[in-house]
Design a protein around this ligand. Structure first.
Ligand SMILES: Cc1cc2nc3c(=O)[nH]c(=O)nc-3n(C[C@H](O)[C@H](O)[C@H](O)COP(=O)(O)O)c2cc1C
Length: 183
């Protein structure tokens, strides 16, 4: 890969946003297969690969998931969601692994012309509801689904949506020691 090609990819990575509204078109099988391969190859703590992925396209299941909590209502109109189920053996490392696999799916989706977003079930009771909708065994942990589709916008349609910008680098990076600017 040339540096120029690589920079096209990093430019796309920088543009990965949370998309919550999609065209009704389904996610093609070959695209889904590629995304699942990306997920499978994600690194995890001690290579435990503590995940299982449930592909959800059933409209009724998506509707039920969307009703777990108001901030994820938009899931109802998405063509597909992938639930990330964790082994439930180590909450700290599995939460990290879940974040890694989620971000890889979202980056992969962007590179393949799709968009996506993470949708969290919420508190313990809401997680139980998510697990029951998806038939997940009680000893497993499940907190979220990664929602995928062809986005129509990356605007957040929810009332009271937060600003989508980012803090400037000077505010979030130090050199050598906390608070030190670049020499
Ligand atoms: C841990 C976590 C949980 C999130 N849960 C939700 C959620 O339940 N519903 C939702 O619409 N967005 C959710 N988001 C997405 C964030 O709102 C989004 O990443 C953030 O606002 C930045 O969006 P942008 O990249 O489009 O600017 C979640 C993000 C993270 C990291």
């Amino acid at each position: 890969m040339t540096l120029e090609n690589a920079r096209e990819i990093t430019a796309q990575m920088r543009k990965v946003r949370q998309s919550r509204q999609y065209r009704p078109d389904p996610v093609p099988d070959d695209v889904l297969a590629e995304l699942l391969e990306i997920a499978r190859w994600t690194g995890s703590s001690r290579n435990t690969q503590p995940w299982h992925f449930i592909v959800v396209t059933d409209r009724e299941q998506l509707r039920q998931v969307s009703e777990i909590r108001p901030p994820i209502r938009w899931v109802a109109d998405a063509p597909l969601a992938i639930a990330i189920v964790l082994d439930g053996a180590n909450n700290t490392t599995e939460a990290y692994d879940e974040g890694r696999v989620t971000e890889r799916l979202l980056i992969g989706a962007r590179l393949l012309g799709l968009g996506g977003g993470t949708a969290w079930f919420g508190d313990e009771v809401q997680q139980q509801r998510g697990k029951s909708i998806l038939g997940i065994p009680p000893d497993r942990a499940a907190r979220s689904v990664v929602v995928l589709g062809y986005p129509t916008t990356s605007r957040d349609p929810r009332p009271g949506a937060v600003e989508g910008g980012r803090k400037p680098l000077e505010e979030i990076v130090s050199y050598g020691r906390w608070g030190e600017p670049k020499a």
